[in-house]
Write a protein that binds this ligand. Sequence first.
Ligand SMILES: Nc1ncnc2c1ncn2[C@@H]1O[C@H](COP(=O)(O)OP(=O)(O)OP(=O)(O)O)[C@@H](O)[C@H]1O
Length: 263
Amino acid sequence: MSSIRFDAVSKSFGAGQVKALDDVDLAIADKEFLAIVGPSGCGKTTCLRLAAGFEFPTSGRVLVGNAEVREPGPDRAVVFQQFALFPWKTVVENIELGLRNRNMPREERRIRVMEAVELIGLNGYEGAYPHQLSGGMQQRVAIARAYVLDPQVLLMDEPFGALDAQTRVVMQEELVRLARRNPRTVLFITHGVEEAVYLADRVAIMTRRPGRLKEIVDVKSIREAEGWERYSRIEDVMDLESFVHLRTHIWRSLREEKTGAAH
Ligand SMILES: Nc1ncnc2c1ncn2[C@@H]1O[C@H](COP(=O)(O)OP(=O)(O)OP(=O)(O)O)[C@@H](O)[C@H]1O
């Protein structure tokens, strides 16, 4: 069981001058994919860093699998926008780094890494160095590095933000495929409304800073009712009336926050 729960979480920085989060209650179910969208600076990354154990709430509690988060742990893997691969290590060496840190025996490591290489479609590039790979391939290595640890929880902060539009689409489609084959509890931060609707089971919309939860949109029930899963291409899903409707709804809600129309 690897749910994530924010229980009345507030977070301030710098002796309280900057209030980033204000009384956030949010529950992400085991194996659920939840995306957070919200205006810049509303506290999205702060939510993720709290779940990762890189930061701690000023008040309230963050729980992963019913245990309060007190430090980073192997049950949670984090993927950031900047891939942060080691340039002097090959694809395989980059992917197996976390397993080495866990003192996993060499043969087991090899099997796990090869499975991840296969899953993420990097066969043939095992010995390549990051500078020999495109941005999309580098990000796939970063995602494989997270998956190989077989974490119960994946925390992804704008993981495709630095990619060009076409590569981004390929990565989004791949993540959906991976999520179906190997579901994990995912907290996904994005500025992309379409990306959120395409990937997530639910989309949480945050208010302007100090970030509070404004609304949670249930995408999964509509995705299932409207049979989005029949389509493997993002553009076909994005064409569906039900998709457009959800996207527009979230856009409006976000625009209210940006322009302050709701305040
Ligand atoms: N370590 C820190 N020290 C001081 N202030 C911080 C720190 N981390 C975040 N903040 C502030 O907290 C607020 C929320 O930041 P956060 O990065 O969580 O927002 P965000 O929603 O992820 O923003 P963006 O969409 O622009 O990435 C911002 O005002 C930011 O300046």
